[in-house]
Design a protein around this ligand. Structure first.
Ligand code: ATP
Length: 368
């Protein structure tokens, strides 16, 4: 087990800055998930830690030892990538044995392999070759190789991306259980924010080589640092509405655009009242756009002519498309709420689901 620290790590490929001055500290035994859109530098970050790419600048420290100049095999890491990269001509047993022999760990090999195979539920598959396994089974074998080699850190690069959504969910559960049992430090890369939230102790959100925010899934979801993070995390996507803030009497702050008005909650109004920004973008999580007959004083009334243009069934919830003039808003409400497409209804906003961003810098405003 080990901690991993990146200090101002940069990687350039010619003119492309794949990783841009990334500072990251992963604690011993932590499961950190790096997430972001395609091309944001996730895989390169992992390959830099593994030693498969050289850093252009910065330091990488593993278990208090600077490693950026060490070759991959001297870093004691195991990398499991998208394509499970098993030896096709060897059986599952042969694949699991290979790493042990290479590392001189072959004593009691059969027992060690049997134990790990049992832990991963692949003990019935030891005589098969990789092409006789499903994608999920191949991933388990690759994980088995990593476990047997007693790597200090597991680097997992989209290991579940070839699997269908249901199997991915299942494998996420298994991976969490495995992490709990082994306690090994893991750095996991995915472009899927849902998978990231399911797995992560902490999430790292990247964009264009930069680390945009790091925090627990709840911190990232509830307190996004900027518009990009708010927009990237959460399904369905956050509603983003352009508009202006007006500052009235008694500290009242009103958000308005051409179609609607919203009085901001007191805590936000107080904080914004200090710098008085005007051109903003308001973000509202769909689950915070409420339709209720019992109006709680905590809820903020959405003033405007809200028309329900579409209702879709999501199992426990319903997905509503609301049209307020030209402004489109998405809402997720319980399926038990009676609502039909074509109705004009009053909507309310839960204050904690509301975020205000500076329109120019896109940074979150009025947060701690
Ligand atoms: P994906 O989710 O699509 O795998 P990613 O977030 O893992 O993307 P990287 O593969 O790290 O992104 O790539 C980051 C940037 O660096 C991209 O613009 C990519 O084109 C570029 N890049 C990666 N490897 C190389 C390379 N060997 N030579 C030149 N450019 C590269």
């Amino acid at each position: 087990m080990a901690n991993v620290v990146l200090r101002l790590v940069t990687k350039r490929f010619g003119k492309v800055v794949a990783v841009d001055a990334v500072d990251l500290s992963v604690a011993d035994g932590e499961l950190v998930v790096v997430v972001g859109p395609s091309g944001c530098g996730k895989t390169t970050t992992l390959r830099l830690i593994a030693g498969l790419e050289d850093v252009t600048a910065g330091q990488i420290v593993i278990q208090d030892r600077e490693v950026q100049k060490l070759p991959p095999h001297r870093r004691n890491l195991a990398m499991v990538s998208q394509n499970a990269s098993l030896y096709p001509h060897l059986t599952v047993y042969g694949n699991l044995a290979f790493g042990l022999k290479m590392r001189g760990l072959a004593t009691k090999m059969r027992e060690k392999i049997q134990d790990v195979a049992q832990m991963l539920g692949i003990d019935e598959l030891l005589d098969r070759r990789p092409d006789q396994l499903s994608g999920g089974e191949q991933q388990r074998v690759a994980l088995g190789c990593a476990i047997l080699c007693k790597a200090d850190v597991f680097l997992l690069d989209e290991p579940l991306s070839d699997l269908d959504k249901r199997l991915r969910r299942e494998m996420c559960g298994e991976l969490l259980e495995l992490h709990r049992r082994l306690g090994t430090t893991m750095i996991y890369v995915t472009h899927d924010q849902e998978e990231a939230m399911l797995l992560a102790d902490r999430m790292v959100v990247m964009q264009q080589g930069r680390l945009e925010q790091i925090g627990t899934p709840a911190e990232i979801y509830d307190q996004p640092r900027n518009r990009f993070v708010a927009d990237f995390v959460g399904e369905p996507k956050i509603n983003l509405l352009k508009g202006r803030l007006e500052y009235g009497k008694n500290g009242v702050v009103l958000f308005q655009n051409q179609d609607l008005q919203l009085t901001l909650p007191r805590f936000l109004a107080e904080r914004l009242g200090k710098s008085k920004p005007s051109d903003v973008m308001v973000g509202i999580r769909p689950a915070g756009v409420c339709l209720t007959d019992v109006v709680s004083p905590d809820l903020l009334a959405l003033q405007g002519n809200a028309h329900v243009s579409n209702v879709r069934f999501l199992g426990p919830d319903q997905l509503l498309s609301i049209q307020c003039g030209k402004t489109a808003i998405t809402s997720v409400v319980s399926r038990h709420i009676a609502v039909e497409s074509g109705q004009n209804r009053n909507f309310f906003i839960a204050p904690e689901s509301l975020h205000v961003f500076d329109r120019r810098t896109e940074e979150a405003l009025g947060r701690d």
